[in-house]
Design a protein around this ligand. Structure first.
Ligand SMILES: O=c1ccn([C@H]2C[C@H](O)[C@@H](CO)O2)c(=O)[nH]1
Length: 160
């Protein structure tokens, strides 16, 4: 595939509904107040109830709002080959693309006790691809943007 073709593939994967590039926020950036956090937490808890985590015993559910108002979610899926386990964020990103793409604007992640979790480093990078630095995350210490949690990130812009 040509470089242009790659670009086209990324734009299409990202939604392809408007002129925004991957990894960028809606104009003005999302605001924490725009999201229905109780509903997002409930979606994350529901996702967590489907987790497959027999090795760690640590089921996780993640949920996010998309810029078109959709909610997407995912759960962690472990494997007998331990290193192959998938974090909840992997499933969330897969559902984002499967259900029409778009940009993630608000994100939360919970454990079985409904406590808010920080996404691991790898998952911050996964989220960066589809939310960019303006993505608002609920953390145990309050709302943070992904730009704060993954500063000076490597992202789609570096490949242009
Ligand atoms: O952001 C995170 C951090 C951890 N986990 C999962 C991976 C593993 O299955 C379990 C324990 O680390 O929690 C996630 O799903 N998301």
């Amino acid at each position: 595939m040509t470089q242009g073709g790659d670009r086209e593939a990324r734009d299409t994967a990202h939604g392809g509904r408007d002129a925004r590039e991957p990894g960028t926020a809606p104009a003005g950036g999302p605001d924490a107040a725009e999201a229905d956090w109780p509903a997002l937490r409930a979606a994350a808890r529901d996702a967590m109830s489907h987790a497959y985590a027999p090795y760690s015993g640590f089921p996780v559910g993640a949920a996010a709002r998309v810029d078109d108002g959709r909610t997407v979610s995912g759960c962690n899926v472990e494997n007998a080959s331990y290193g192959l386990g998938l974090c909840a964020e992997c499933g969330l990103v897969s559902e984002l693309l499967r259900t029409g793409g778009g940009t993630l604007t608000h994100f939360t992640c919970v454990n079985r006790d409904a406590e808010i979790l920080m996404p691991c480093g790898r998952c911050r990078q996964l989220l960066y691809e589809f939310g960019g630095p303006a993505l608002v995350l609920e953390t145990p210490t309050g709302f943070r943007t992904l730009g704060e949690l993954l500063p000076e990130a490597f992202g789609p812009d570096q490949l242009r």
